[in-house]
Design a protein around this ligand. Structure first.
Ligand code: AMP
Ligand code: ZN
Length: 116
């Protein structure tokens, strides 16, 4: 999709260091990390958010969660603890209108604990 920063990264038109990629998904570090480890997990297909996904995305969404767990393990934050966050829409703070999961972790002991 035109003017979508994540579509440009997926097309190789903007730089990103992929930590994972397959036929459906890419993952790369957030340019402005909110945690010591902050990876974005992004579907290659452009869809805005969980507002625009449907039943046909069931396998993709499940795979994105499995990949979050795999990357957490690969990056050594699986045992210490990690979060997966999805911002949907303006009031939730979604800035990039291409669905993505934030994988966050790598804090010092208990530092990542917040009540939600
Ligand atoms: P959200 O607020 O959920 O839409 O998050 C979008 C995230 O994308 C933010 O944390 C940004 O720091 C990140 N971001 C924006 N542009 C880039 C980029 N070119 N490479 C990596 N991360 C980016
Ligand atoms: Zn896009």
């Amino acid at each position: 999709m035109e003017n979508c920063v994540f579509c440009k990264i997926i097309a190789g038109e903007m730089p990103a260091k992929f930590v994972y990629q397959d036929d459906l998904i890419v993952a790369f570090p957030d340019i402005k990390p909110s945690a010591p480890v902050h990876i974005l997990i992004v579907p290659k297909k452009h869809t805005e958010s969980l507002k625009t996904t449907s039943e046909e995305d069931q396998v993709l969404l499940g795979k994105m969660l499995l990949i979050a767990g795999k990357i957490a393990k690969d990056l050594g934050i699986s045992e210490s603890g990690f979060k997966v966050v999805i911002n949907n829409g303006p009031d939730a703070g979604q800035l990039v209108k291409h669905l993505h999961f934030h994988l966050l972790g790598g804090w010092a002991k208990n530092e990542g604990r917040v009540t939600i």
